[in-house]
Design a protein around this ligand. Structure first.
Ligand code: C2E
Ligand code: MG
Ligand code: MG
Length: 719
């Protein structure tokens, strides 16, 4: 864009001075002198020339306002000078002065452009008057020229300002049609001037904003004040940028003012049209929208976040209350997501969450809101439920959809979900209660084995509060070391002595007394508190084993139960061996019991960790064997030392069922794979005999001893 150059002011100043410049051309010195004296005056600059040549030279150089020219000059005649002045459009008023009376020369002088013709010597007062009035005219002409120049200057300035304005400037006629648009119109909206002049303004306004701008564009208010700063969406012809709302949309801040004719008696005249200015605020709008999107959406999945979800839920409740409808709230929590995250890393975990978000999106309807609460928790708002059963249909779909494996980073992941549902108004009359109750129902599903959905029921509330209380207690228990070990002996019926001890954790609860693990292990696993418990158990078990071995039971083994969940932690192997080494125990004096279910989880890291443990000499035993679905293939793949026949099979052995095909098979498997077999839960002598007859040597159960505190277990050992 070229800048605006103010026109050259120097000639203007020169012209200013020249209006008082008078030239006297006469060959008679006395005449010149008396004329000069005659016309002298304030500020007047009088120059005298004795010849035509001198006069021409001067006139070429300087601007003279009025020249008094003697017709008869020795060199060039006054008339020739006059002709030259007229021919060259020199702005000098010429008063012809002549000594002769001939009418001819007077006529000629006036024809060639002289303003006056006077005789000399003649009436000097008359001559003076003619000079004064010629000078006065020049003054007027000059002022006029000056004014015209200034006017032009200012018009150019205004045109420059209008055309180069960063804002779009336009005028409309009284019908709302474009009369004028500046250059910015084209760069902002892409239409050329010719395309829009004469068109109605609405052709460049988005449909949904037409009503809004009706009064702004076509400003008709009589108070004549501008309506300022209205945000309008304008239609752009090009779509070079990414626009905020949809492509080809420019968001503009519009101000307009009505144009009225001259009225009479202080009244505003006729409405003639509008003048307006529109500023492009698209970039700002995009920035604003991005910020507010970020504030209300989850950055990983781009789903609405907790805040937006709650806003929408509250709105839906208000509407449902008015129309006596129902609102469904679903809490969706992925089962064992933590395992994926910890085993494969957060990047894979994030990818899985994105895939899950997509799968969930496929399950909800257009008007529903799917949101991410955080972590692996999603919520779904069903704003207008005809019946509670409709929520079940969607929940069903979700559970089914998530049963499909997700392919992430070259692996297949399973991310089944537990879904809890609460319905307004039945299960709560506000957003918080509904969310909480959906959450409670979800936890019920988890407790009942995951991968399903449930509706909230009031009875769930009590157990939920119990659970929350328990979780807090559990945290305190870790701080206060309230976990104690009981030991249950493992007997070799052939050798007739205790060959091992199983460490079984107990919680010495300050109010509820001694608690069995079944009441808190699940919760500890869910909350991650299991890690601290495992460490405490390992430390106590190894210390106890070291003491007993020091007391002479040098062959004694210790079995410790380790939750499957621990196997997703990278440092498990080191944690286990460090406890063994701290007490200088041989690695093979410790046996890790893991439940058969662990083997079902297709988590690759598990086998690696088992192998590392085995390589260091630590023994591995499969607990509750027979309850899972492990195929023989598993037994071949996993580096294990022994299997523990589950109590349920032992329990089934009685006088009426001497031969259990399952027990037979398991004994055969142990034999075939060269694994030590231990029978759990042996309570009767009959069971002991039957198992022994089948070839099972090691046993554990109430028949031999219940789990005992360390001191009592020691007495049993000594006995
Ligand atoms: P488990 O490892 O299969 O432990 C055997 C359970 O059967 C023990 O229950 C024991 O008291 C019980 N039991 C032993 N003999 C008999 C019998 O003759 N008849 C009957 N009816 N029951 C018998 P407990 O101590 O309540 O432990 C339950 C489960 O808790 C354990 O099953 C184990 O899976 C888990 N657990 C125990 N301690 C720990 C621990 O330190 N860490 C972890 N992660 N889990 C543990
Ligand atoms: Mg066990
Ligand atoms: Mg067991």
């Amino acid at each position: 864009m070229s800048g605006f150059a103010m026109s050259n002011f120097k000639p203007m100043q020169e012209a200013e001075r020249s209006v008082d410049r008078i030239l006297i051309v006469d060959d008679e010195p006395r005449m010149r002198a008396s004329l000069a004296t005659l016309i002298e005056g304030d500020g007047r600059e009088i120059t005298q020339c004795a010849s035509g040549t001198a006069a021409l030279a001067l006139l070429e150089k300087r601007t003279i306002a009025v020249a008094l020219l003697d017709i008869n000059l020795p060199d060039i005649s006054g008339l020739d000078i006059l002709k030259w002045i007229s021919g060259n459009h020199i702005p000098t008023s010429v008063i012809m002065v002549s000594g002769d009376d001939s009418i001819d020369s007077a006529i000629q002088a006036l024809r060639y452009g002289a303003v006056e013709f006077v005789r000399k010597p003649g009436d000097m007062a008359h001559i003076k008057h003619k000079v004064d009035s010629a000078l006065h005219r020049r003054h007027l002409e000059h002022r006029h020229a000056l004014m015209m120049a200034r006017l032009e200057q200012s018009e150019r300035l205004h045109r420059f300002l209008v055309e180069n304005s960063p804002d779009l400037i336009y005028t409309l006629d009284d019908q709302g049609r474009f009369l004028f648009v500046n250059n910015r119109f084209e760069s902002m909206l892409g239409y050329s001037r010719d395309e829009v002049i004469g068109k109605h303004y609405s052709t460049v306004v988005f449909d949904d904003d037409r009503e809004l701008v009706r009064f702004i564009f076509n400003e008709r208010r009589s108070d004549n004040r501008a309506s300022a700063n209205i945000e309008v969406k304008l239609k752009a012809k090009h779509d070079g940028k990414t626009w905020a709302y949809e492509s080809r949309c420019v968001v503009a801040m519009l101000s307009a003012v009505g144009i009225y004719g001259e009225g009479s008696g202080g009244q505003t005249g006729n409405f003639m049209g509008t003048y307006g200015v529109a500023r492009d605020i698209t970039e700002r709008k995009i920035a604003e929208e991005t910020i507010s999107f970020q504030a209300l959406h989850d950055h990983l999945t781009q789903l609405p976040n907790r805040r937006l979800f709650k806003d929408r839920l509250e709105l839906s409740i208000t509407q449902a209350r008015r129309h006596a409808r129902m609102v469904g709230v679903m809490f969706v929590d992925l089962d064992r997501f933590k395992l994926v995250n910890d085993t494969y890393g957060h990047a894979e975990g994030d990818e899985l969450l994105k895939s899950v978000a997509q799968a969930l999106r496929r399950c909800v309807r257009a008007g529903d809101t799917l949101a991410r609460q955080g972590g692996d928790e999603f919520t779904i708002l069903l704003p207008d439920l005809a019946q509670a059963g409709d929520a079940a249909v969607i929940a069903d779909k979700i559970v089914e959809e998530l049963k499909q494996p997700f392919h992430v980073a070259g692996q297949d992941f399973r991310a089944t979900a537990s879904v809890g549902i609460a319905v307004f108004p039945r299960d709560g009359d506000n957003a918080d209660t509904l969310l909480k109750n959906a959450d409670i129902a979800m936890y019920k599903v988890k407790a009942a084995g995951k991968n399903a959905y449930q509706f909230f029921t009031p009875e769930m509330n009590a157990s939920y509060h119990e659970r929350i209380g328990l979780e807090n207690d559990l945290r305190l228990a870790i701080e206060r070391s309230e976990f104690k070990l009981y030991f249950q002996p493992q007997f070799s019926v052939v050798r007739k002595r205790i060959v091992g001890m199983e460490a079984l954790v107990r919680w010495q609860h300050p109010e509820h007394g001694l608690l069995d693990p079944c009441g808190f292990i699940d919760l500890a696993e869910e909350t991650g508190l299991i890690r601290a418990i495992t460490d405490s158990v390992l430390a106590q078990a190894c210390a106890q084993l070291a003491q007993w071995r020091a007391w002479g039971h040098s062959e004694l083994r210790m079995s410790v139960n380790v939750s499957p969940q621990e196997f997703d932690r990278g440092d498990l192997v080191d944690r286990i061996t460090s406890h063994v080494e701290r007490h200088r125990l041989p690695h093979n004096s410790l046996e890790i019991e893991i439940t058969e279910n662990l083997l079902l989880q297709d988590v690759s890291g598990v086998i690696d960790k088992m192998r590392m443990l085995r390589d260091r000499g630590v023994r591995i035993s499969i607990d509750d064997f027979g309850t899972g679905y492990s195929s023989l293939n598993y037994l071949r793949r996993f580096p294990i030392n022994s299997i523990k026949l589950d109590q349920s099979f032992v329990r089934d052995l009685d006088e009426n069922h001497r031969h259990s095909p399952i027990v037979n098979a398991i004994v055969g498997i142990a034999d075939g794979f060269d694994l030590k077999l231990l029978a759990e839960g042996v309570e009767t002598d009959f069971q002991r005999r039957t198992l022994q007859d089948l070839g099972c040597d090691e046993m554990q159960g109430f028949l031999f001893s219940r789990p005992l505190p360390a001191a009592e277990a020691a007495r049993l050992l000594a006995g």
